[in-house]
Design a protein around this ligand. Structure first.
Ligand code: FAD
Ligand code: NAI
Length: 463
């Protein structure tokens, strides 16, 4: 590699980039990773998955205690919470994990190049004034919040997901623009802590991309929890007035505008790939119509030696997808065969109950041919019922002829963990009969998955 500084240079240390760098180093490649943030871990560890789950966990504990959910078990008392301490807990979680990645870099001898990286050629990059040449360059620059015209984020009254993780007070009325994953997760946090939450969603249902029945059922559950909705409605503007925000909305299909008075607004209408200032022209890389970098199945871009993974390429913007692509790209660079099965990537909304799915929705499956669908309500699952968690269901969609499982969707308190079993079964090409005849421990929420598979066979026991 004569005049190359590194075999592999990864740009971005999010779950895609840091995992790619570690695996490349494990495979014996001389590796560096450029990251402009003060800490490693990208969006996910710093301002995404981890801090949001810290607040989801803390706010759930508070709601359980303070709203009398524990009273039937004889646990009562006066419960208060200290928001500053809750934020300390969030920061501690983030600090521990981001330092953990730094430790892993040292352990695996990955060099962290601190600063913003910019291509200066097809195999060269400038980082903090230094020219670095690498035989392989992996673009893993992730994504950031999509702005909404007419709504200026000030991170005080009008916040994006990062601001919503750091609010120093509980909003009296939080208007969430966008009924997607961020809106529902962070909306749940602040609702549990006492905010009135109104979700304004452009489409006529929340959680686009998920199974239709699961979307409707989730909507009902969130409504019961106190969420208010304005579906089929678009936000046309928001302005800070005194210590509040005036939000202007109108029907998505057109009609009379109205205003909503809020104390705070969360803009969560999606994310877009980070490519500004990356010098892609110097590398000869082009973007597709969505601003993403296209790759083949090996994560090769159109320029030899340049690879791309994670949120910056097409596909769901999820940390586990980025991580798996990180491993695969490093293995491909090392001459091995790194593959990600994009048809089986689970998605989870970490609300209470959790909402999860993998594979095809019922609508997608039906569009492809004849299917059999089995469902099992959590109300009939002994463990969920005992715990007082009756909301939700598990749904298994199988091919009518082969019985092969095409998709699994679920709403229940452990759905985020249970969906891994469904993903694994599907990776192994399981039929619903395979699942129905697999012994599941009793009493567990997971039995609902087995019973839903039995329902595909027409033979559930407990309903
Ligand atoms: P990122 O994590 O975005 O990392 C890219 C890194 O590259 C950043 O640190 C950035 O600073 C750096 N960078 C960019 N350009 C340059 C440059 N030119 N030079 C140097 N460095 C650069 N996903 C889940 O799967 N589960 C969840 O629970 C979940 N929760 C989320 C909650 C929130 C509030 C948000 C916002 C996102 C959440 N996500 C979740 C999505 C998840 O965070 C992303 O899918 C994931 O982080 C993408 O990983 P990545 O490595 O592609 O990019
Ligand atoms: P999203 O794509 O999930 O939802 C955005 C919502 O906003 C959609 O329902 C869309 O119809 C709506 N919308 C768009 N424009 C609108 C407008 N003008 N007015 C009203 N509604 C409008 O995006 P979100 O929630 O911002 O999340 C971004 C990404 O982060 C997602 O792709 C998700 O994959 C990832 N993420 C994943 C999490 C998880 O895995 N648990 C948690 C949080 C984020």
């Amino acid at each position: 590699m004569a005049d190359y500084d590194y075999d592999v240079l990864v740009i971005g240390a999010g779950p895609g980039g840091y995992v790619a760098a570690i695996r490349a180093a494990q495979l014996g490649l001389k590796t560096a990773c450029a990251e402009s943030r003060e800490t490693l871990g990208g969006t996910c560890l710093n301002v995404g998955c981890i801090p949001s789950k810290a607040l989801l966990h803390a706010s759930e504990l508070f709601e359980e205690a303070a709203h009398g959910h524990m009273a039937k078990w004889g646990i009562t008392g006066e419960f208060k919470f200290d928001l500053a301490k809750m934020h300390d807990g969030r920061r501690e979680a983030v600090g521990g994990l981001t330092k953990g990645v730094e430790f892993l870099f040292k352990k695996n001898k990955v060099t962290w190049l601190k600063g913003l990286a910019k291509f200066t050629g097809t195999d060269s990059v400038e980082v903090a004034g230094q020219q670095v040449r690498a035989k392989n360059i992996v673009v893993a620059t992730g994504s950031s919040v999509t702005p909404l015209p007419g709504v200026t984020v000030d991170q005080q009254r009008i916040v994006d997901s990062t601001g919503a993780l750091e609010l120093p007070e509980v909003p009296s009325h939080l208007v969430v623009i966008g009924g997607g994953v961020i809106g529902l997760e962070l909306g749940s946090v602040w609702r549990r802590l006492g905010a009135k939450v109104t979700v304004v969603e452009y489409l006529d249902q929340i959680l686009p991309g998920m199974d239709e029945e699961i979307r409707k059922e989730s909507n009902k559950i969130f409504k019961k929890q106190g969420f208010e909705y304005k579906l089929g409605t678009k936000v046309t503007g928001a302005e800070v007035v005194g210590d509040g925000v005036r939000v202007t909305v109108e029907p998505a299909k057109g009609g009379a505008a109205e205003t909503i008075e809020a104390s705070h607004v969360l803009v969560s209408i999606g994310r877009r790939p980070n490519t500004d200032g990356l010098g892609l022209e110097a590398a000869g890389l082009q973007l597709n119509a969505k601003g993403q970098i296209e790759t083949d199945h090996s994560f090769r871009t159109s320029v030899p030696g340049i690879w791309a993974i994670g949120d910056v390429i097409p596909g769901p913007m999820l940390a586990h997808k980025a991580e798996d692509e990180g491993i695969a790209v490093a293995e491909n660079i090392a001459g091995l065969t790194g593959i990600v099965n994009h048809a089986i990537i689970p998605s989870v909304v970490y609300t209470t109950p959790e909402i999860a799915g993998v594979g095809l929705t019922e609508e997608q499956a039906r569009a492809g041919g004849e299917v059999k669908v089995g469902k099992f309500p959590m109300m009939a699952n002994s463990r969920a019922k005992t715990n007082g968690e009756p909301d939700g269901l598990v749904k298994v969609i199988a091919d009518a002829k082969t019985d092969r499982v095409l998709g699994v969707w679920m709403i229940n308190n452990l759905a985020g963990t249970m969906i891994a079993q469904a993903a694994q079964a599907m990776e192994f090409g399981a039929t619903s009969e395979d699942i129905a005849y697999t012994c599941h421990a009793h009493p567990t929420h997971a039995e609902a998955f087995k019973e839903a598979a039995m329902a595909v066979q027409g033979k559930p026991i407990h309903v």
